[in-house]
Design a protein around this ligand. Sequence first.
Ligand code: UGA
Ligand code: MN
Length: 461
Amino acid sequence: MVALVRTVVGVSLVGGLLVVLLWSEQQVGVKTPAHTHFHAHARGIPPESAFEDASEKLEVSFHTVTERLNGLPGPASSSEDNSRDSMNVFTHRSNSSSSQNHPRHHQAHHHNHLKAKTKNSSDAISFPAKVPNSRQIDSHNVTSSNLSLTSNSKSMSSVMSSNSLNNNNNNNNNNNEDDDDAERSNVVNSNNLVFNIDNSLPAPNSDMPKIYVITPTYRRPEQVAELTRLAQTLMLVPNLHWLVAEDSIAPTRRVLAFLDSCSVPHTYLLATASRRYKGANKPRGVSNRNAGLKWLKVHAKEGVFYFADDDNTYDYRIFNEMRWTKRVSMFPVGLVTRLGVSSPIVSDGKLIGFYDGWIAGRKFPVDMAGFAVNVQFYLQRNTPTMPYSVGFEEDGFLKALNIKPEEIEPLADNCTKILVWHTRTVKSVPALKMPDTDKVSKTNLNYLKPQMVFQMPFGLS
Ligand code: UGA
Ligand code: MN
């Protein structure tokens, strides 16, 4: 009996030791090819394959296709209107309010997989039922317009290389630089690439409707980096209020510190998603967007609001476009599904359908970043919230606004320009723990520590 107990204790001790060893190896020791690549990349060392034909690459001379030596008059620096807003509200959203939303679980579950898949062109275009013109554009027309874009871009590159020859011959001559600018404009114009979007930043005045940007965010290593990138775009937009709504139980210190030094007027809201809505194939950012909407209901009377995920890329000019939205405005979003863009289809200035890689029976097959809503209109429509329904958040919300497709205002030059992209950031693994030594506690490292997201023991993060 004693021997049996000894054996059991012995075996479990050895087993435990093995688990500890394996675990610590996972923390620091094991180098997978991905790790090696990561470290090489972080140090600026190209991966081995890049060395293979380095000699060949050196032989290739390069052409300067286009460059601008004189700066364009850029947007004015942010006005006094962007001075720090002293209001910094923490709103705890009760779980009970989330139960008002009834998640619908139909085909939605595989939304993210579906979104990633290539779509048949028949899946790409949707027309609202009652719009007149809707037969004027069919999938054939859309495809042929894609084709014409391709041939345009080919001709552009040939024109551009001749432009580059001019550049090489006429360096350091101001008049010729002006000529080059004119020629560049022709090239760009003739290829439908010119942005007839207002570049200027109008001085803020009281007539200018305020833009409320609702940004859902959550704790992860890249969080502050994303918010920094977004904030630096928003700094270029006058008369804007940023609602940073975090999906968290308690405020993240790093986010508070970031906002403390952020010049964009803002309100920080806490909005924990109930456990029911957490995990893979669950809607992301819905509880926080709804917290933003609830805040608007209480604090906003007029203006325009927009859902800006923290990881997308925004041209500051899209905000000045959406500022004058009467009801609901829409515009193209780049990098959505394998089609590369999600956009309303516009003919004669009217929205007649949607081009999107995942129609899925949606009345409004658009991306979250592809529409803005007038605050007064929203208040008149009894302030609906967003449904907890993966893939159908936008559609559910827009349907609840009770807007007719023909009332939608197409922006960005009748939806001919992409000014926002659904970019995604590579997920960073939380950092390894800093050692508890004087080299950390008595040096700058001690200050870096609170700015980082660390891996928790046992794989929690
Ligand atoms: C896409 C859409 O762009 C989202 O608008 C939509 O909510 C989401 O799919 C969905 O259908 O669930 P995607 O880029 O795939 O978004 O997702 P993320 O960028 O990971 O998340 C969207 C937003 O929600 C981000 O601003 C993110 O910070 C936030 N989020 C994500 C949370 O607040 N909590 C989470 O647990 C995850
Ligand atoms: Mn995203």
